[in-house]
Design a protein around this ligand. Structure first.
Ligand code: NDP
Length: 339
């Protein structure tokens, strides 16, 4: 391979993101400078937050600029190294871009360059041991603080983050109810991931079903969706409940400001807490989470699904899958196998 294929941000989205927002280009393969590493991307991670990075607005990271390759988490292989800690051929994780080759300067903070631990494949590194698994772990345990016997409700429950959060709650001895779109995802939650109950928000009355499936009310709500689902959950919170705001995917492609929940007074009445977080604040505690997550996978207590698309040409449409609910678990795309 002697060219570097890219998908750049061509147009900022208004409404649903789609292939029209990106442009295909070919450029020369970049050359790493002193202390830098050239990485060939093998797997890309697709994350709802990428939709936010495409907006020209202040956030926890700067926006992707027009004509720049789209930013994405990735696992790749070191193609050339001018850094003493990295050798050609090693598998590494970084915050890269939608392109074949990325130059990284390993340093503290983002983008960073992490070697894959022995026995961990690229798919696992980008899913349960990646951002979504760590988000589930720290969001649930640090902010949600679930106690054995409590009831934990999770939205976006069949997705990469929600499915791990719900299973950790089950492992901690909680009653777990998930909210997801469609009968197949709900069946997977109860039959495979061993949730105690599942609500299909596309065909059921979410408010009524939370009441039925959470007879002792909700102690922890791990919310990935926001909007009407957050409002329905707030109707059922217990005294001293913890509402963990992980994401609000129902509004990421909205074209107008989205109204907030009308029942925030329920937080007051129930002396409850609602708190947001961003996983990058927990990166220095990754090892502890990865250790526990790996242990639960090995013991069979934690299962996961990875949805792996293939082909560089399919990168833009793969992002849209997250917002149409087509993904089954963690959305990845394989560009190439390691050489
Ligand atoms: P998922 O694997 O959960 O995929 C996204 C899922 O969201 C879809 O499969 C779909 O599931 C659901 N969805 C899409 N559109 C809507 C909608 N309009 N209403 C309701 N549900 C919808 O993705 P992730 O696990 O990567 O992300 C889940 C959430 O976690 C997102 O909100 C994301 O922003 C957040 N997040 C937050 C982080 C943080 O640091 N705070 C870090 C990582 C993720 P269904 O078919 O069930 O509708």
């Amino acid at each position: 391979m002697n060219t570097n294929r890219q998908w750049t941000l061509a147009k900022r989205p208004f409404g649903m993101v789609g292939p029209d927002n990106f442009e295909y280009r070919e450029t020369p393969i970049p050359t790493p400078g002193d202390g830098e590493v050239l990485v060939r991307n093998l797997y890309l991670s697709f994350d709802p937050t990428q939709r936010g990075w495409m907006e020209d607005r202040e956030s926890y990271m700067p926006p992707v600029q027009l004509d720049e390759p789209m930013r994405a988490g990735s696992v790749g292989q070191v193609a050339e190294s001018n850094h003493p800690d990295f050798n050609t051929g090693e598998l590494v994780q970084t915050l890269g871009n939608w392109q074949d080759f990325v130059v990284v300067k390993p340093a503290q903070g983002l983008p960073g360059l992490t070697k894959l631990p022995p026995g961990v494949d690229p798919e696992l590194m980008l899913s349960v041991l990646g951002t979504t698994g760590l988000t589930a772990y720290w969001g649930l345990l640090d902010l949600g603080n679930p106690q054995s016997g409590e009831t934990v409700l999770v939205s976006g429950a069949a997705g990469a983050t929600g499915s791990v959060a719900g299973q950790i709650a089950r492992i901690k001895g909680c009653r777990v109810v998930g909210i997801a779109g469609g009968p197949d995802k709900c069946a997977w939650l109860t039959d495979e991931a061993r949730f105690d109950g599942a609500i299909d928000y596309k065909s059921e009355d979410v408010d009524a079903r939370i009441g039925e499936l959470c007879p002792n009310r909700v102690d922890v709500f791990f919310d990935n969706v926001g909007g009407g689902i957050l409002e329905a959950a707030l109707n059922h919170i217990n005294m001293r409940a913890r509402v963990v705001l992980c994401g609000g995917i129902s509004s990421y492609n909205a074209t107008e400001p989205v109204p907030g929940p009308a029942n925030l007074m329920n937080l007051v009445i129930n002396r409850a807490r609602m708190e947001g977080f961003i996983i990058i604040d927990y990166f220095d505690r990754m090892a502890q989470a990865a250790n526990d997550l790996m242990g639960w996978i090995q013991s069979g207590e934690l299962i996961y699904q990875n949805d792996i698309q293939e082909g560089f040409e399919n990168i833009p449409q793969t992002l849209t899958r997250l917002f149409t609910g087509q993904n089954r678990g963690k959305q990845l795309l394989k560009i190439a196998d390691p050489s």
